[in-house]
Design a protein around this ligand. Structure first.
Ligand code: PLP
Length: 367
């Protein structure tokens, strides 16, 4: 990235400075392509995961050289808001798919629902950003393709943590975000497999990104994205095992400190780095402030919009009681998280729990 920031050339120019910028972009494209198991030409850089999702969700496709239109969009109820928005599909053609209490999509229910569409477009994420629950994408792909449909997979949270080989997943389109794999903010990609092309670019203008995404490239961010993709590709397996060990240690510490702790999606297969949990009566904001005072950055399971804390749509889709959902706290372990970080987290959690128990006693709330 530092090298890229020193370059003044525009990657579309033919002079030496332009060619140097182009080289950085194309190197990064190769690194991202290797992480997903595609050829470089199948990677379109965007400004991030949100833009890649918006680029993907369009009814206008080309398959086997023929222009076609998908008539309905099916998205799981636990998707990121950019997917829930329906992208460029008309609102009355978008349908949400339910999930079970573990936060998983049911391929049989999907099969039942898409039967009414002629050319369904389906978007199901590989792993959920709040619970970490991994979705049965290979089974979903099977159902979608038998129904002559197109499958888009938002792999923003999963990439770099679990394998994301597009062939094995069977996805036609796949979204990535640089900053979720340790790269800089402001870069992402839409990756394509095989025969499906999108015919409606989101941003029109110049011929950058083969006309799929006009505008001068953010060379430094793309170079950083490429470096992060290479690191993720090299380290994937080892990191996942180490992180899962730390996550398990954290969760057993949570259970030891509070017997009534609820770990959401505990019965689903989950990302190795994510734990979403609560105890009855917990206020997520107080827990987050208390962790922050101890130098630990955690999130609530709920989204904050216009200063108002809203209950998470993911937990609502899993039929979790709103009061419990409002107390959900999410811990995400990083590549550099150590055992001693987890111990500090548990010490901080013990403080949160003892003040919660005191308040419960004062207010006469049952555990
Ligand atoms: N998809 C998922 C599952 C996410 O978690 C996020 C971001 O949190 C996005 C998409 C959006 O990515 P970006 O922040 O790069 O726009």
């Amino acid at each position: 990235m530092t090298a890229a920031l020193g370059l003044t050339g525009n990657a579309s120019s033919v002079h030496a400075e332009g060619r140097a910028a182009r080289r950085l972009i194309e190197d990064a494209r190769g690194q991202v392509a290797r992480l997903i198991g595609v050829e470089s030409k199948n990677v379109t850089f965007t400004s991030g995961g949100t833009e890649a999702n918006m680029l993907a969700l369009t009814p206008a496709i080309e398959a086997g050289g023929r222009k076609e239109r998908c008539d309905r969009l099916f998205v799981s109820a636990i998707e990121h808001p950019s997917v829930l928005s329906g992208g460029r599909f008309a609102a009355d053609t978008v349908e949400q798919l339910p999930v079970n209490a573990n936060g998983e999509v049911d391929p049989l229910e999907l099969e039942r629902r898409i039967a009414k569409a002629e050319r369904p477009f389906v978007s199901v994420m590989l792993a959920n950003n709040e619970t970490g629950a991994i979705q049965p994408i290979a089974a979903v792909a099977d159902v979608v393709h038998r129904a002559n449909g197109v499958l888009h997979v938002d792999a923003v949270q999963a990439a770099g943590r679990i394998e994301c080989d597009i062939e094995k997943l069977g996805a036609d389109l796949l979204t990535l975000s640089s900053h979720k794999i340790g790269g800089p903010q402001g870069a992402g990609a839409l990756v394509r497999r095989g025969d499906i092309h999108l015919t409606e670019p989101l941003i029109r203008g110049g011929w950058q990104e083969r006309g799929q995404r006009a505008g001068t490239e953010n060379v430094a961010a793309i170079a950083g994205f490429g470096a992060a993709a290479r690191a993720a590709h090299e380290a994937q397996q080892g990191d996942a095992v180490r992180m899962a060990g730390l996550r398990d240690r954290f969760e057993s510490g949570l259970k030891a400190a509070s017997s009534d702790v609820i770990i959401f999606s505990a019965n689903a297969s989950r990302l190795p780095n994510t734990t979403l949990f609560t105890v009855p009566g917990l206020k997520a904001e107080s827990a987050i402030i208390s962790f922050d005072l101890n130098g630990i950055a955690v999130s609530s399971g709920s989204a904050c919009s216009s200063g108002k804390v809203q209950a998470s749509h993911v937990l609502a889709a899993m039929a979790v009681e709103p009061a419990l959902a409002r107390g959900a706290v999410r811990v995400s372990l990083g590549w550099e998280t150590t055992e001693s970080d987890v111990e500090s987290l548990l010490i901080a959690w013990n403080t949160v729990v003892s003040s919660l128990l005191k308040n419960r006693d004062k207010q006469g709330i049952a555990a």
